[in-house]
Design a protein around this ligand. Structure first.
Ligand SMILES: *Cc1c(COP(=O)(O)O)cnc(C)c1O
Length: 439
């Protein structure tokens, strides 16, 4: 399978190259040029498998320069029972009324980032070997809280790598900060920055694409890569759990073969929901992809206005800090896919975003956006109310990010009358954000 930059289709690389590089030199994000399809037989096979086997099978469709044995070995290690609290790597917990919570936070750092960041070190070190890379890989990470710890945990003392994490000094929860600054390991570094996640992510992207810096690093036997969801190696492992959740619903007899299921995802950098979109393109019968934001609702407006993205607005620090983002990087990949891989258009829009903080694709992509996506948002007061209500009525305790998704999901169902079963991505343990949850 060939990967290309969203900003230049002539830049063609293998999966291993895409993962080793992290981001394209032109600032674009690597994307597969086609989506592999899951046949009926593939679903029958997936149904019989455990999560580790399912993840290896789905990854194998995208990472064609890795062997099935390699991927099986990696998923065995990444999703080992002792790391994920048992055999059920991603439990699906049903609330009343066809709402199924996909708990993605049973890994070592209690957030869904572990699903990808336990895999990425395996994928990255193998990619470096496959591409004949001998330099030490310096991984720069921008975090709004959860990525930082999950990346540190994944890369601590991994040979051939160093990792440096930048977090907004006033933008993470006390637990998130403590998790990061107490990280063990000889190759880890944590830096607080003045600014928010967008500042951190933009600065890191600038460093990645600076040719002078790359030359100086190279002279010292070093290279950069990324552990943010701009790296394809972060995104690919996330596709698997949507296919897996669908199989679990089938296996439990909660849906029929081929029945449409909606998905609702609490969204920040647009990585997790993009993984659901890709699962849908592979043939998993997913319907509406419901994009849930907190008060930083740039994506809600983007979908409501049929494709006008405008980050010129106040930035709010909320009780769901991992979603405090106004520049959702992976939207670039969606524009690339929906536009039939129109790299020139994507480049023009991303230049406009960098220059004016705004772009408009409503004329070209408006109808397609509305076909696949719905969107809504939820402020801190509604988040608190939702946590309380779900706990009292359903005896289910959820964290603030997940509560945003539950609220938006209810809103969507009430407004649209679409009562298809829905998988809600539950992205963090309620015990990770104690203060707002306990209040
Ligand atoms: C990162 C994160 C999100 C947002 O996911 P994206 O892939 O950035 O959209 C949501 N909830 C939690 C708990 C997170 O850590």
């Amino acid at each position: 399978m060939v990967y290309v930059s969203t900003r230049n289709k002539n830049l063609r690389v293998s999966a291993a190259q895409a993962i080793a590089m992290g981001i394209a030199p032109d600032g674009g994000l690597f994307c597969p040029t086609a989506f592999p399809r899951l046949s009926h037989d593939a679903f029958v096979q997936l149904m019989r498998m455990d999560y580790k086997q399912r993840a290896a099978m789905i990854l194998g469709k995208f990472l064609t320069d890795f062997t099935a044995e390699e991927l099986a070995h990696f998923t065995e290690q990444a999703y080992a029972d002792e790391k994920f609290g048992g055999k059920d790597t991603v439990p699906l917990v049903s609330l009343a009324d066809d709402v199924h919570m996909l708990e993605l936070w049973h890994g070592p750092t209690c957030a869904f980032k572990d699903m990808a960041l336990q895999m990425l070190p395996h994928l990255l070190t193998a990619s470096l070997k496959k591409t004949g890379e001998t330099r030490t890989c310096c991984i720069l990470v921008a975090t709004s809280g959860d990525t930082g710890k999950a990346a540190l945990e994944g890369f601590a003392d991994v040979p051939g790598t160093k990792i440096m994490v930048y977090y907004p000094v006033d933008g993470v929860s006390p637990m998130q900060k403590l998790q990061m600054v107490t990280q063990q390991g000889k190759n880890v570094e944590v830096v607080a920055i003045k600014g928010n996640f967008d500042d951190a992510q933009s600065a890191v992207k600038r460093i990645f694409t600076d040719t002078e810096t790359a030359k100086r690093l190279d002279a010292q036997g070093l290279m950069f890569s990324s552990a943010n969801s701009i790296n394809w190696g972060r995104l690919a492992p996330q596709i698997a759990y949507y296919a897996s959740a669908y199989c679990d619903l089938l296996r439990a007899g909660k849906i029929q073969h081929g029945q449409t299921v909606n998905v609702c995802v609490p969204t920040g950098n647009f990585g997790n929901i993009l993984a659901a979109y890709i699962a849908k393109q592979m043939g998993v019968p997913l319907g509406k992809l419901i994009c849930a934001s907190n008060q930083n609702n740039v994506l809600t407006d983007f979908f409501a206005q049929g494709g006008v993205y405008d980050r010129n607005r106040p930035f709010y620090t909320t009780d769901s800090p991992s979603m405090d983002i106004l520049i959702s990087s992976n939207l670039e990949r969606l524009l690339f896919f929906l536009s039939g891989q129109n790299d020139a258009m994507v480049k023009e829009m991303m230049d406009a975003l960098a220059k004016d903080g705004r772009y408009d694709v409503s004329g070209v992509l408006g109808t397609q956006l509305a076909a696949d996506f719905a969107a809504g948002f939820c402020d801190d007061a509604q988040t608190a109310h939702t946590i309380k209500k779900v706990f009292e009525e359903q005896k289910y305790l959820c964290d603030t990010h997940t509560a945003v998704a539950i609220h938006v999901c209810e809103q969507y169902r009430a407004q649209s009358g679409d009562h298809a079963p829905v998988i809600v991505a539950s992205t963090a343990s309620p015990f990770k954000f104690c203060k707002p949850v306990a209040a």
